[in-house]
Design a protein around this ligand. Structure first.
Ligand code: F0G
Length: 362
């Protein structure tokens, strides 16, 4: 792979597509950021893989590049998905690029503003479904089974083929070795499965001789996989009314739960849940101590690390990669709500000095 451009297509031999048809926006090749400010405080060697740097601001672009390429190979005319937001934003963009019709079903009132703007602006037909993500996914799956759309949720295995490149990039970046642990937020559970698949492919190819402990984090109000893990089971009990500030992972019946649990058990990893408060605190910590702006769901990985360290489940001194799955700007409302409104001032030096010296306002 030496000398190749830093996108996910650096590893094209591992992608099951016709190379002449690849639909790409140069996704992947995202930064692996060493986070010493937080890492030192926590006593771990911390990296954040910043997936917000992808073309539409989330890791979904990797899966969509492969998924849309496949759609072209198969000769379909229209594609569709249900989404908590990021999948729809990404699908809309890649469908536009490939000149395909795009239908997206979104849970009404529960999609962050940036994601909604993207899906609409890239020209998808957007339907706001009265129901949650799980219900929207069931509905669009029925449409797909009738042949109305080619389904590009992560039940589509080609999505995972693209997303496995996150695993490729981490071990490549670290010098062809694994970190001790990879921690990421889990919603529909495709991504943790995909990363484990990627790591395992490179392991079997002999490129690396160790694999990381896969650690999945869910929000307390939407944690069926964590519940199953804590009971040591392979089956989940779906959560009927999932709820969390991290709308991206507001999912009660993750489709890829089996693959996810297998990744966690096989890698001797962990699953843990975190509260909305812990998520928002971790989001702020990343922004203020490292300059890394992520959306709430993405901060679940750091929140999970902090909790697992407190519980003594993770050892100090470990080398940990947290996946920051989506960009801060995806959910501006939540970011603004977490801050104080800017003080309004007159545009003259005396008013400014008054404010700075603490004489006015505050
Ligand atoms: N983080 C973000 C920012 C997400 O958008 C998602 C999933 C996840 C984590 C969880 O990944 O589902 O593979 O376990 N978002 C989907 C969507 C459900 O529709 O955008 P997962």
């Amino acid at each position: 792979f030496e000398g190749r451009k830093k996108t996910m297509w650096k590893y094209k031999e591992f992608m099951p597509v016709d190379e002449s048809k690849i639909v790409t926006l140069q996704e992947g090749g995202t930064p692996l950021i060493k986070c010493d400010n937080i890492g030192k405080d926590l006593g771990v060697k911390l990296y954040v893989k910043f997936e917000g740097a992808n073309p539409t601001g989330s890791f979904k672009d990797r899966g969509m590049s492969v998924g849309i390429t496949k759609a072209l190979e198969l000769g379909v005319k229209s594609v569709g998905c249900a989404s908590t937001g990021n999948t729809s934003a990404s699908l809309a963009a890649y469908a536009a690029r490939a000149n395909l019709d795009c239908l997206v079903l979104l849970p009404h009132g529960k999609v962050a503003l940036g994601k909604l703007a993207q899906a609409m602006f890239h020209g998808a037909r957007v339907l706001s479904v009265r129901g949650n993500f799980d219900e929207a996914l069931e509905a669009v799956t029925s449409l797909a089974l009738m042949g109305e759309v080619y389904l590009l949720n992560s039940v589509n295995p080609f999505r995972l083929e693209g997303q496995k490149s996150i695993g490729f990039e981490i071990v490549d970046e670290l010098g062809w070795r694994s970190p001790d642990r990879i921690i990421l937020p889990v919603g529909n559970a495709g991504n943790i499965s995909a990363i484990w698949k990627g790591i395992s492919e490179f392991y079997r190819a002999g490129f690396i001789d160790d694999r990381p402990m896969m650690t999945g984090i869910q929000a307390e109000g939407a944690s069926p996989i964590v519940n199953a893990f804590k009971k040591g089971e392979m089956e989940i009990e779906p959560v009927k009314n999932p709820e969390t500030v991290a709308t991206a992972i507001r999912i009660g019946a993750p489709v890829s739960y089996l693959k996810a649990l297998r990744a966690i058990y096989e890698s001797e990893g962990l699953a843990e849940s975190v509260s909305d408060k812990e998520i928002l605190e971790a989001q702020k910590l990343l922004a203020r101590k490292e300059g890394v702006g992520v959306e709430p769901a993405s901060a679940a990985s750091l929140a999970g690390l902090i909790r697992l360290l407190d519980e003594g489940e993770i050892d100090r001194g470990e080398e940990v990669v947290c996946i920051a799955t989506g960009h801060l700007l995806k959910d501006p409302d939540t970011a603004i709500r977490a801050c104080e409104e800017p003080l309004e001032v007159e545009a003259d030096i005396n008013s400014l000095l008054d404010v700075i010296m603490g004489k006015a306002g505050s």
